[in-house]
Each structure stands twice: as structure tokens, then as C-alpha cells.
Design a protein around this ligand. Structure first.
Ligand code: ADP
Ligand code: MG
Length: 248
């Protein structure tokens, strides 16, 4: 499968607010795509649609080859959603971890109880990932005992437990104290280098987008108005509104 995500002519309104007008974009296997744009431009809505947490008014969303929210029956639609979610890793801005569980229990929960991976195998993968995100010492801690940056690194490790083909990251550092941001971004960069995983990343950290993205899309007033490699969209945008957004 070459494309892991495809939005085609996606339109979405909330009440009388037209959030997305006709968005088409895709993410290829192993490709890293960054979505940038002003607050309220519909970035989170797009990510939520990719995960089947929201549905377009018109147009289509296909995640990992499965049409999201479509099917011949309710059962069909549900089965498609479960299939999509099984191949995805998702991390949002905050509140990602189950607060009453240890870090290890957070990581192995879905693999063991939903996907029926043998417990020892899941524990082994969890230890490996926690080491890579620098949290080996926190295996038995609860989320409240971790800093925000450590929580987000644990959430990233958890999202990778099932070896997803596509990782959706929505402003994963925007709730963090400034001194914790870089540690989390570094972990994402190293994951991008080590794992075969495509990423769709919403971020306002332009330096990070420049480092990680193969392709950047700038979203403005409901449309993708400029797309290309970071060297174009971030460093030498063609459109005036993109130039203003990136501060040129
Ligand atoms: P971004 O992530 O780019 O800041 P969002 O996708 O969160 O933008 O939101 C885009 C617009 O849609 C905003 O005006 C927001 O208030 C509105 N919106 C998002 N989700 C909902 C919802 N569930 N109900 C009503 N309005 C929503
Ligand atoms: Mg958002």
C-alpha cells in the first residue's frame, strides 16, 4: 500500500461555521507530513477525521486503505473503524495516559487486552520503547508522578506499542513548559529515524516541522493553500499569507 492516508475533497462545517472547504491531501507509507496553520484553521479536525473520531460532511477519508465512516451496514462501518484504529498511533496535546495505571500498564493495556498479544511479548516491547524515550526508570510510576514532558514521551511510547503504520500527532508539546519541549521533539525525531512509520504532525514548532517533515501543508481558511517541502513552505513561501504565518 503506497498511501496510508488520503483526504479527498473533505468538507466539514460545525453549525454555520465552515471549517474545511475542500481539503485533499495524502500521506504515503513512511512519509512525514506536517500540517501548519493558524489556530482554528481545522488542523485538529483533520486529524480527528483520520482517526475516525469525526466524519466529513462530504468528500472521503481513507486511512490505511479503509474508508473511514463508510460501509454497507452499521456493522460494516464499525468493523472498518476498528480496523483503522488498530493500525494507528495517536497522541494529542495532553491527557493521553490512563491516570490510575502505571506507565508499564498504560503501554501494555491495548496490546494485551485488545489485540491479545502475549503479555511477556508486550512487556518486552514496552521496556524497549521506554528505554528509547528515556523513561526506563519510570516503568512503575503513575502519570501524576511524571513531568508533562515525561508523560508525553510515555504517550509516544504507548502509541508505538502496536507498531502502527501511521502516527497522528496533534500539538504534542503545546501544553508543556518551554524547557520540556525539546526533549519530546527529540524523541519524535529519533522515532522517525528508527521506526517504519508514517507521520501526520500538527505543530506550531516550525523548526521541528523543518527537521521532521518531507512535506508541509499550510492550512488557511478551510483550505490547504500551500504545500511543498519545508525549504519552500517554511523558508521561502510563495503566498503572502504563508509568509506572514511563518514570520517572513
Ligand atoms: P485547529 O486545530 O487548527 O486550531 P480545530 O480543528 O480545532 O482547529 O477547529 C476548527 C474550528 O472548528 C474552530 O473554529 C473550532 O471552534 C471549531 N470546532 C472544532 N470542533 C468542534 C466541535 N466539535 N463543535 C463545534 N465546533 C468545533
Ligand atoms: Mg488544534
Amino acid at each position: 500500500m503506497n498511501e496510508v492516508l488520503r483526504f479527498a475533497g473533505v468538507r466539514k462545517a460545525f453549525g454555520s461555521t465552515e471549517v474545511l472547504q475542500a481539503v485533499s491531501l495524502s500521506v504515503k507509507a513512511n512519509e512525514r507530513v506536517a500540517l501548519i496553520g493558524p489556530s482554528g484553521s481545522g488542523k485538529s479536525t483533520l486529524l480527528r477525521m483520520a482517526a475516525g473520531l469525526e466524519f466529513p460532511d462530504s468528500g472521503s477519508v481513507e486511512t490505511l486503505g479503509t474508508p473511514v465512516g463508510e460501509g454497507r451496514s452499521v456493522r460494516d462501518i464499525r468493523r472498518n473503524l476498528l480496523q483503522v484504529r488498530a493500525g494507528l498511533g495517536v497522541v494529542f496535546q495532553s491527557y493521553n495516559l490512563f491516570p490510575h495505571m502505571t506507565v508499564l500498564a498504560n503501554l501494555i493495556e491495548a496490546p494485551v487486552h485488545v489485540q491479545k498479544v502475549p503479555r511477556e511479548q508486550a512487556v518486552e516491547r514496552a521496556h524497549d520503547l521506554l528505554e528509547r524515550v528515556g523513561l526506563s526508570a519510570k516503568v512503575d510510576s503513575r502519570p501524576a508522578e511524571l513531568s508533562g514532558g515525561q508523560q508525553q514521551r510515555a504517550a509516544l511510547a504507548r502509541a508505538l506499542m502496536t507498531r502502527p503504520q501511521l502516527l497522528l500527532l496533534d500539538e504534542v508539546t503545546s501544553a508543556l513548559d518551554p524547557q520540556l519541549v525539546d526533549g519530546v521533539l527529540e524523541v519524535i525525531v529519533s522515532i522517525a529515524e528508527e521506526e517504519n512509520v508514517a507521520m501526520l504532525v500538527v505543530t506550531h514548532e516550525l523548526g521541528f516541522a523543518r527537521r521532521i517533515a518531507d512535506t508541509v501543508h499550510f492550512l488557511s481558511e478551510g483550505n490547504v493553500v500551500e504545500s511543498g517541502p519545508p525549504a519552500q513552505v517554511i523558508d521561502a513561501p510563495l503566498l503572502q499569507r504563508t509568509r506572514e504565518f511563518v514570520g517572513l
